[in-house]
Design a protein around this ligand. Sequence first.
Ligand code: 0L1
Ligand code: MG
Length: 254
Amino acid sequence: MTNLAKCAEIVDEAARTAAAIPQFTESAPLDVEEAYAIQALSMERRFARGERLIGVKMGLTSRAKMIQVGVDEVIWGRLTDAMRLEEGGSLSKARYVHPRIEPELAFLMKRELSGEVSAAEALSAVEAIAPAMEVIDSRYRDFKFALPDVIADNSSSSGFVVGNWARPDQDFSNLGIVVEVDGRPVQIGSTAAILGHPIRSLVAAARATAGIGGLKPGWIVLAGGATAAHPLKLGQNVRTTIQNLGPVSISVAE
Ligand code: 0L1
Ligand code: MG
């Protein structure tokens, strides 16, 4: 039987020290339920060190992402205050194993949302939306994993940055997205790549988190990468612009 607490310690230490580890599924079977239990236990270790839960990330919500990692199920992970990066600021590359960036749309919750909800109910629980980027950093060697591995590893979530909040009562179903590195476009997409409409990702988030009490007011929900993730290199400046919502940027420092 897999020792869930031991796996949680291993993946937490890998994240804390930015050291790559072998996939759990290489040495023992692991199912999705056990993987979420490992994720929860590993995050408890962070909370014990003083981090606060401030939201969730949805993952693999676009075809581009599913194809990039060879997995075809929507997954989720937890966001803590320590993972939030300053808009226009920098991230320290040394704190990650092999970081990549994804363009995302962020929701700010004004009301609780939990379980089976309609798109209209989900939208009515949103205070604001914003352009955002997620820093993903699989703790597994060579960024290779099976579905349970990545779930156990907080669905690769390592950091995020959010741009200016905007009113949610606008059409954000199909907004153009450009990711630029040092002014050169490297990824182009649309918010429509996120499950056909990003609000569907919020509906999925409400369902996925029902077991932990659902989404809370004030939480941030990252809807998922709209394009394939882009690897980060030292010295780069990365900017994502979402049509009508504006830019969000970060630079990569040592
Ligand atoms: O969409 C995502 O945030 C996926 C994260 C998990 C897979 C990956 O590491 O690319
Ligand atoms: Mg993502």
